[in-house]
Design a protein around this ligand. Structure first.
Ligand SMILES: [Zn+2]
Length: 404
């Protein structure tokens, strides 16, 4: 139960009830399609006549289409209802330090077009290159009308000003990304932290989404981020900065972090940590055959991951050490929040059969609560960061309305 916020409430009108029922019907069609009106009435508990009024309205507004006739033992054969997935297109933008991906998706979260561009060091130059690409994507499929743009960022957005305020991995500081993109495209732009976007992707499109109330997405890349969904709601905190678990202190007087503190979780469990563990064990005098030195350059995380996949013992050790530290941080999330599920997102999940057991064991030995939290890897082919940007825009139409 939630306390009514007397500084920010809405009284119920007859429109409120209609809106709630309409969203329930729309979501039932989304999850159960194809579905007949009779089944919608059964699943929702609404009167058949109410279901008819709502579905007629949804068909008129092109959210829903009628498909083939179903079977019936006697009487009129019911017509099945589907989500009209081409009614609305959503543009997703996934900004990462090296590369930015842009895509056009339909209502089902399927990408119908996708392109990428290098992420510029200078945010003004980046916007100048991104804007025309977005405009050409919008025009590419004229039959799809675009509803909005979702952007996922390795950084934080100020809740009031909607400006990007903290993006150390991009090297951008206090920058307005929203207004110039809205001016260039004529569409509304929603910005979201990458870990939050991944949590939304799991809730809206994930394999275990139904019935999950509490989910944490842990993104593992150049840094570590976490997106928290508690009681079905994204947790933002008072400033929009909630979820910076990557910067909790894991090691007293530990190595220095980019945030200015020492011993942060991400210094020990991110991709760059694995590279450090590998390089340390492969330093001159210790380097064996098949090491990164044979690649003729300083290894990056892809090299270490590939070597570990090939069974190189030093690379396997480096990834296992990274996994142990991942487990230590995750055990704090399990002990503190007891979520239903923690989803790990990142390239390292390619080795899930190796690191999954290390993480689980570490969590077991560090968390006394034994919460029944499932720890799983995100499907890397599902492009969770990009899918989360689609969920950002989608939830405006399909999310639960805020009442009272
Ligand atoms: Zn830090």
């Amino acid at each position: 139960m939630r306390k009514i916020d007397l500084t920010n409430f809405q009284v119920a009108t007859s429109e409120t009830a209609r809106d709630i029922n309409r969203r329930i019907v729309l979501n039932l069609i989304r999850s159960q399609q194809p579905i007949s009106r009779a089944d919608l009435a059964r699943h929702s508990g609404l009167q058949r006549s109410t279901v008819s009024v709502i579905t007629e309205q949804l068909i008129e507004e092109r959210w829903v289409t009628e498909g083939a006739n179903g079977h019936s033992a006697r009487g009129r054969r019911p017509r099945f209802l589907h989500l009209n997935k081409e009614r609305v297109g959503i543009i997703g933008v996934n900004i990462r330090p090296a590369t930015t991906t842009v895509a056009l998706a339909d209502l089902d979260g399927h990408f119908v077009a996708q392109e990428s561009l290098p992420t510029a060091q200078n945010p003004e130059q980046f916007v100048a290159k991104l804007s025309p690409l977005l405009c050409s994507l919008i025009k590419m499929r004229p039959e799809i009308s675009c509803e909005g743009i979702g952007v996922s960022l390795p950084g934080r957005v100020d809740l009031d000003s909607q400006r990007l305020v903290f993006a150390p991995n991009l090297g951008w500081s206090d920058f307005d990304l929203k207004v110039p993109l809205e001016q260039a495209t004529g569409l509304s732009v929603e910005l979201e932290n990458a870990a939050n976007a991944c949590a939304l992707a799991e809730i809206w499109f994930g394999r275990h989404a139904e019935g999950v109330q509490n989910l944490v997405a842990v993104t593992v890349s150049e840094g570590i981020g976490s997106g928290l969904i508690l009681n079905h709601q994204l947790v933002r905190g008072s400033t929009g900065m909630a979820g910076e678990f990557g910067h909790i202190t894991l090691v007293d007087d530990g190595l220095e972090c980019r945030c200015g503190n020492q011993g942060c979780w991400e210094v020990y469990a991110s991709n760059s940590a694995a590279v450090r563990y590998y390089t340390r064990s492969s330093s001159p005098g210790q380097n064996g055959k098949g090491g990164a030195r044979s690649l003729g350059q300083v290894p990056n995380f892809d090299d270490v991951l590939r070597l570990a996949e090939q069974g190189d013992p030093k690379a396997v050790d480096a990834i296992n050490e990274m996994a142990r530290y991942l487990g230590m941080g995750i055990s704090q999330l399990v002990t503190g929040l007891a979520p239903d599920v923690i989803v790990v997102v990142g390239e390292v999940t390619r080795l899930w059969s190796q690191i999954g057991p290390v993480i689980t064991e570490t969590v077991k030995s560090h968390s006394f609560t034994h919460a029944g939290t499932r720890i799983v890897a995100a499907d890397p082919s599902g492009q969770p960061r990009l899918l989360g940007t689609i969920a950002l825009v989608l939830q405006k139409h399909f999310g639960a309305p805020l009442v009272a």
